[in-house]
Every structure is written in C-alpha cells, then in structure tokens.
Ligand binder design. Structure first.
Ligand SMILES: Cc1cc2nc3c(=O)[nH]c(=O)nc-3n(C[C@H](O)[C@H](O)[C@H](O)COP(=O)(O)OP(=O)(O)OC[C@H]3O[C@@H](n4cnc5c(N)ncnc54)[C@H](O)[C@@H]3O)c2cc1C
Length: 397
C-alpha cells in the first residue's frame, strides 16, 4: 500500500497484528453472526485480550492510549474481512464523551471495564423524529433535587440491547433561546429502573452489530451522571462526531479493500469465453479504477486521522470530507466487485454479497452523505472552523 511510507514502524506492527487476528478469527464467525444477527461476544473478548478494544482510552484508565490513526488502522483491517464483526470495536462507542468531557470519577468508573472488554457502551442521540436534525430531539432530563429524570425514546442505537452503559443526549431546558441549546449528556447504567430495549432485526447489513430502540421512562440518575456541563450537550455531541466519523471513513476503506481483493481473485479464476475474466480489457479497467479510488480514499482518511492526532481538535471539514468520500468509494467498489462476480455475487453465498449489504450503512450512520456534504460546504463558507475555509482568491479574478 502506498500509505506504507507514511506509517511508523509501530503503526505498521499494530496494523499487521490486526490483520493477522482478523484473517484468522473472523472467518469462524462471519456467516453465523450475519445470518443469525448475533453479536460475536466470544470474538469481542478475544479482541479485548489482545488490546484491540478501547485502544484510544488513556493508559491510566486501562486502555492503550493510542492515537486515532492507530485505532483506525485496526478498524480498516477488521472491516476488510467483515464489517459486521468489525463493529466489535464500537463496543466502546459513546465513551468518547466521557473521555473528552467526563469527570475524573466517571473516567475511573466507566472507562477501565470498557477497555478490558467487560462492559459495552451505547451512544443514544437519534430519536424516531430526529436523526440528522440532532437539535430536534425530544428526550427530556428534568432536574428533581439531586437527580435528573429522563423520559424519551432513542432509535437505531448500536449496542442498544446489549449495552451496560448508555450515553444519552437529552433536553435539560425545555424552552431554550435556540433549539440546539439546553441539551445535556448523561451516562445511564443498564440496571437503572425504567429502561426498556427492543432489538431491531432484519437489518440490511452489519447484522452482527446489535441495533435497538431504547426507551427511557422516568429513569432517575444522580446529578453526578451528567457528562460535561449542563446545556453544552449539543456542542459536545458535535465534537464527539468529529472524532468518531474518522473511524467510519476507515470502515469504508477496509470494506472497499476487501471487496476489491475478492473481485480480483474471482476475476483471475473465472473462465468466460474460454479466457480468464481478468484478461478482458474492460475487467482490467474496472479493477484499475477500483484500486485507484481506494488509494485516494485511504489517503484522505489518513489525512483526517493525522490531522486529528496532531491537534487537540479534529477538523470538522476534513473529517466530513473523508467520511463522505470514503463511503462513496466503498459504494462504487462493492457495486463493481459484485458485478464481477456475476450471478454468484447476487445469490448471496459469497462474501461479496454481505459486503454489498454492509456498505450501505456507511452513507447513513454518524452523519448521512448529505449531512457530510453540508459540513464540507459550511466549512468552505467559513461557517464551520476548518482549513477548508482558507480558499485563496485566484490571481486572475
Ligand atoms: C445500523 C444503524 C446504527 C445506528 N447507530 C446509531 C447509534 O449508535 N446512535 C445514534 O444515536 N444513532 C444511530 N443511528 C442513527 C443514524 O445516525 C441516523 O439514521 C442518521 O443520522 C439519519 O437519521 P434518520 O435515519 O432519522 O434520517 P433523516 O435525518 O430523517 O434523513 C432522511 C434523509 O434526508 C436527508 N436529509 C436530512 N436533512 C437534510 C438536509 N438538511 N438536506 C438534505 N438532505 C437531508 C438525509 O441525508 C437522509 O437521506 C444508527 C442507524 C443505523 C441504521
């Protein structure tokens, strides 16, 4: 890979270890977890033992203290083999809020069990009527003495029915001056009375990943469970997405790489018109375009990760651009890769069929394709702080 020259020896070693693990372990679970929509608890535990879970959690809280790029290299390798199984890395999803904004007590209590692969976290933002429009959430957290009382329904929550901790965005001010104001983030533990989860089944892709509706009915949490500052929830959540969209870009790169490899191998072995499929100019052109786009996508993703690691704040414009472009490339690559498999790709028995289904989520969760483009456009216009806003005036103008 061209990116080889950018990575340090340590980073290459992490990537290679992740590749070895995914190649050896994932095939044992792929089919069963996809067909039966089962979270691979055993695989998740093995990954945690090897340090692949909660990699970015600081060492003092039981993690590896790795940078975003290191974590993302593992994401890419996992998704290259199987995206649904790769979602084991999302078992800590939501805990970034605690890492970035939580109190010392919250970090000590919640992060170590997540890093050890003993507990699972879920991030609850989306609601039935509010997905892209985060400011449209209705879930309330009303103060009552030293407690907050949470009421509301969260939709499409990754790990929703298997989580031990829920990170919940809720309204603490029912009448804020602007609709994105007056929200706060809470950590809620699984056994708190009033939580009901409904696993959502029959998903198109990433079926090994658990997705659920989570209902909070008069759920009482102590004020110590407020993560960050009251009223800052929307801003915290936007910063959260600036970080977590980068691994999604690497999910896309990994999936595209895997689909390309399957298609290349298939084309080398499939006989059509008494020749190998790969010997046709049209097939070669397809493969060449796929490979070129993957490399461009990978470089953009690496740029977003490097930028995030080198500064205290990921650049929202670069992050959105990387997620948008890599997801787009992944769609195009799986499309052509399935085409190369012909009817065998469509019949569902090949890994490429699963990848085709898995790819679709990349343009939907953690910001749809349209929302990513909107962030890029707002960055260009200087409405979002980003290097993309530094557009020089052309000398001929
Ligand atoms: C498998 C899965 C896992 C998920 N995991 C989580 C999770 O862990 N936590 C969580 O909180 N959420 C999660 N989500 C929710 C996900 O983030 C939302 O589905 C996503 O943000 C889109 O919201 P929506 O589905 O309500 O669509 P909508 O926001 O209703 O959008 C519908 C369509 O309209 C477009 N659109 C919206 N606004 C505009 C605009 N201004 N201009 C142009 N087009 C626009 C969208 O791009 C989209 O194409 C998950 C979803 C899925 C499917």
């Amino acid at each position: 890979m061209l990116v080889e020259h950018i990575l340090t020896e340590d980073q290459k070693a992490i990537r290679d270890a992740a590749r070895e693990f995914a190649e050896k372990e994932f095939p044992k679970y792929s089919e069963e977890c996809d067909l039966e929509e089962k979270f691979p608890f055993e695989l998740w535990k093995k990954a945690a033992e090897l340090g692949f879970i909660g990699m970015s959690i600081p060492e003092e809280y039981g993690g590896q203290g790795m940078g975003i790029l290191e974590t993302c290299l593992v994401v890419e390798e996992f998704w290259r083999v199987d995206g649904g199984l790769g979602m084991i890395m999302a078992s800590t999803f939501g805990s970034e809020q605690i890492q970035m904004f939580g109190s010392e007590e919250q970090k000590k209590k919640y992060l170590p069990p997540l890093a050890r692969g003993e507990k699972i976290c879920a991030a609850c933002y989306t609601e039935p009527q509010a997905g892209s429009d985060v400011a449209g959430i209705k879930t309330r957290a009303d103060k009552d003495g030293d407690e907050y009382v949470i009421n509301g329904t969260k939709m499409f929550i990754t790990n929703g029915s298997i989580a031990d901790y829920y990170i919940v965005l809720a309204r603490t001010d029912p009448n804020p001056p602007k609709r994105h104001m007056g929200m706060s983030v809470f950590v809620v533990e699984k056994h708190t009375p009033g939580i009901q989860t409904n696993k959502l089944t029959n998903k198109l892709g990433i079926r090994a990943s658990d997705t659920a509706e989570v209902v909070f009915k008069n759920v009482r949490v102590p004020k110590e469970n407020l993560v960050g500052r009251e009223g800052e929830g929307f801003y915290q959540t936007m910063m959260f997405f600036n970080v977590t969209r980068i691994p999604v870009a690497f999910q896309a790169v990994g999936l595209a790489q895997g689909a390309f490899e399957l298609a290349f191998e298939y084309a080398k072995n499939r006989d059509v018109f008494e020749r190998k499929l790969v010997s046709f100019q049209m097939t070669q052109e397809k493969l060449a375009k796929m490979r070129t786009n993957i490399e461009a996508a990978r470089l953009l993703a690496v740029q977003a990760a490097l930028q995030a690691d080198k500064t205290s704040m990921p650049d929202p414009g670069l992050t959105a651009m990387a997620k948008y472009f890599t997801a787009k490339v992944a769609q195009e690559v799986v499309h052509e890769a399935l085409q190369i498999h012909g009817g065998y790709g469509f019949m569902g028995e090949q890994a490429i069929s699963r990848m085709f289904r898995d790819a679709r989520i990349l343009e939907i969760y953690e910001g749809t394709r349209e929302i990513e483009l909107e962030v890029v456009a707002r960055s260009l216009l200087g409405k979002v702080p980003s290097v993309l806003g530094m557009v020089r005036k052309h000398p001929l103008m």
